[in-house]
Write a protein that binds this ligand. Sequence first.
Ligand code: NDP
Ligand code: 8X3
Length: 256
Amino acid sequence: MKTALITGASSGIGKATAIRFAQSGKYKLILCGRREDRLIELADELHITYGTQSYPLCFDIRKESEVAAAIDRLPKEFERVDVLVNNAGLALGLDPIYDGKLEHWETMIDTNVKGLLYMTRIVSRKMVESRSGHIINICSTAGKEVYPKGNVYCATKFGVDALTRAIRQDLYTFGIRVGQVSPGHVEETEFAINRFEGDSARANIYSDFTPLRAADVADAIFYMVSAPAHVNILDILMTSTQQASAGLVDRSGRKY
Ligand code: NDP
Ligand code: 8X3
């Protein structure tokens, strides 16, 4: 049985990914996030529904010392991580550069870029030793094209896009696979409500078109890990049928 570590498993895409891996019956799971109650609840649910063995691991990914301590306290049966899904991340605000909030910028950079780096550094070391493993980053269409007021969030996702390709070049000779999924708008997540800091009117961005669902992204991630060992999928760029680019969304109603 392989072990998959999923960051940001307490909500949205990470939670859906945990459920998808559990459904396969082929993985033990390390479920990461800051909200321990959510991780415990998910671990219980996966155990009852699918018989999955999960280990909730609570830490703030922005703090390197917490990341290191968390990986250090993994019990023996979860020590070897075969799949790392670097999913934890967020957007904060939608402001022109001159109105940007420094705390928003720092939180996005610390979480989306530095947190991903802390996780990858520590977990990839063990993968290099064992000459195997698979790392999947969650990028975004925001890592492919910028949009007005997306400035720093887009920059962090362009950073993820560059890191995925750079990490691939560092690890391919060790038999470690590296790739990313780059989704457009995804509902069944807390992404929009967090971006607009609880303002539900501003966060109401999915009512006039059908976006991707968190489970669609989870399916793509699971497809990547399920490909034969000699196949490395570098990037799955995916949007809903009603979204053609960051700025092109058919908002004529929910069609699906
Ligand atoms: P959610 O807000 O639903 O989930 C974000 C997850 O990240 C939560 O589980 C949260 O856990 C975790 N997280 C955030 N900050 C930290 C932190 N400091 N330390 C540890 N964990 C943290 O959003 P999504 O599921 O949508 O987001 C997942 C990823 O998908 C992100 O990287 C996002 O940028 C990306 N994405 C999202 C899209 C969308 O439209 N929804 C589209 C494209 C990409 P907790 O709060 O418990 O710590
Ligand atoms: C999330 C998609 O377009 O809101 O990464 O930036 S978008």
